[in-house]
Design a protein around this ligand. Structure first.
Ligand SMILES: [Zn+2]
Length: 221
């Protein structure tokens, strides 16, 4: 997508937001379920057919939260394109680095009742493997700090250690990289202290890196 198309898309979003406000002013809004993260991404990237587009647009007309998410997705994708043009950061002994993904609602306080866990499939080149990652996060309360829960399931032949790398969704700058271990599936919870940022307040993106086992100290995984 070129900058002009991106600009046009952002303009469309603003128009949708204006229409949504008028609509709410005119009639009480009728809540429909939020589209899944994958669907909203597909919509943002123009991969849906026209009837699916209409369905999403109807929802966007009454859901300012999803309009905001769509705006964040487009901003993130735009930043990724800029990143792609720059020389990549040299990662020590990385066997594979996935693209980055910004989960829907990342950086927002969400409740279990409203927002389901967000799921994404990262694919390796030429169908040589994939890893599916599911995330959910909660804000701080009186009993516990803010945390991020991550579950992964990999289907790949290359042995290595999985690491989750987090970036700021606004600037694409690295936030932290944390080990997930060598198992093909598992789950981990990281507190805001371990992450160094609050996943319920700061917009973030995540990518998976597979590193050579020999190149890193044994972390008992
Ligand atoms: Zn919505």
């Amino acid at each position: 997508m070129n900058p002009i198309e991106q600009h046009e898309q952002l303009t469309t979003i603003i128009e949708q937001e204006v229409r949504a406000r008028r609509h709410r002013a005119a009639a009480p809004s009728k809540p429909t379920p939020h589209p899944s993260g994958e669907r909203l991404y597909d919509y943002a990237l123009g991969w849906l057919d026209s009837s699916e587009n209409t369905e999403i647009q109807r929802h966007l007309a009454v859901c300012p939260a999803c309009v905001r998410e769509l705006g964040a997705i487009l901003k993130f994708e735009q930043a990724l394109e800029i990143e792609d043009e720059q020389p990549s950061i040299v990662e020590r002994a990385a066997l594979w680095m996935s693209k980055l993904w910004m989960p829907l609602w990342a950086g927002e306080l969400v409740t279990a009742a409203d927002i389901p866990a967000q799921k994404h499939r990262f694919e390796m080149e030429a169908g040589s493997g994939e890893i599916t990652v599911t995330c959910f996060w909660r804000g701080e309360d009186e009993n516990a700090p803010a945390y991020l829960h991550i579950a992964w399931r990999a289907d790949m032949q290359t042995p290595g250690e999985f690491r989750a790398r987090f970036v700021s969704a606004e600037t694409q700058t690295p936030l932290v990289e944390l080990p997930l271990g060598r198992r093909l599936y598992g789950e981990k919870t990281f507190t805001s202290q371990e992450l160094g940022f609050d996943p319920s307040r700061q917009r973030w993106g995540i990518g998976i890196t597979l590193v050579e086992i020999d190149s890193i100290p044994d972390e008992g995984a």
